[in-house]
Design a protein around this ligand. Structure first.
Ligand SMILES: Nc1ncnc2c1ncn2[C@@H]1O[C@H](COP(=O)(O)OP(=O)(O)OP(=O)(O)O)[C@@H](O)[C@H]1O
Ligand SMILES: [Mg+2]
Length: 233
């Protein structure tokens, strides 16, 4: 398959500043390229900065230094408002905890990013419905989060992540709250949908098994990023 780079992170540094301006360096000089349709796992020990990296490449947080290009557009030169609307149509997220809105149905939750982007309501709902159908939740559209199982909630969150047909989907421990069997069910459903839609997908995970299903694996260690031969996992 022809390679098309859709995300380039250049010399990203990220520190957190604590009381008395004490600097906690988490990431230093990170360079990363992601191609269209590629599934990449980010591994590394707890606290190394996997979530931090996902937040930065997903534009939820700004780096201390560095650039991020999404489809050749540099993102951190935008102001916050521009970045928020750019993110909403460019990046889909799924986290360890579903973050669904409790008052809304599965369908409404899955449609939310499209409604926020003020797209045509009918089209947004029909797309959300199709995504829920594709992820096997045809019979759960009207359920509220409290009326769904853990795995089902994550599937709704995944449909929501795809609602605006984003350039890239980022997942932070998406199966972290599920038992082994349900983790694998969700994993394969996510993989199928990502492959079908030819989306780039970046997953932070503790699971070597999940990482093993990816096209590429990168590891964060000592604040840097390196490619790992996934056969050596
Ligand atoms: N908002 C914050 N302010 C200060 N320090 C933070 C903040 N968020 C994270 N950290 C610190 O930055 C480091 C990296 O955190 P991060 O959450 O990115 O790690 P992680 O690799 O995702 O870990 P885990 O596998 O446990 O989820 C940790 O040492 C953490 O304590
Ligand atoms: Mg984390």
């Amino acid at each position: 398959m022809e390679k098309k780079i859709i995300l380039t992170a250049k010399q990203i540094h990220k520190s957190y500043f604590m009381a008395q301006n004490q600097e906690l360096k988490v990431l230093e000089n990170i360079n990363l390229e992601i191609n269209k349709g590629e599934i990449v796992s980010v591994i590394g020990e707890s606290g190394v900065g996997k979530s931090t990296l996902l937040h930065v490449i997903g534009t939820l947080d700004r780096p201390t230094k560095g650039q991020l290009f999404l489809n050749n557009t540099e993102v951190f030169s935008m102001d916050d408002e521009e970045m928020d609307s750019f993110r909403n149509i460019t990046v889909g997220f799924i986290f360890q905890f579903h973050h669904l809105l409790p008052e809304f149905t599965a369908l409404e939750n899955a449609a939310m990013p499209g409604l926020i982007a003020r797209r045509n309501i009918k089209e947004v709902y029909s797309r959300a419905e199709e995504l829920l159908f594709e992820i096997g939740l045809k019979d759960r559209m009207r359920h509220k989060p409290s009326e769904l199982s853990g795995g089902e909630k994550q599937r709704v969150a995944f449909a929501r992540a795809l609602c605006n047909d984003p350039l890239i989907v980022l997942a932070d421990e998406p199966t972290g709250n599920l038992d082994t069997v349900n983790s694998e069910v969700l994993r394969s459903q996510m993989w199928n949908l990502v492959r079908k839609k030819n989306k780039a997908f970046v997953v932070a995970t503790h699971s070597k098994k999940i990482a093993g299903y990816s096209d590429r694996v990168v590891e964060i260690k000592d604040r840097g990023l390196r490619e790992i031969d996934k056969d050596l996992l």
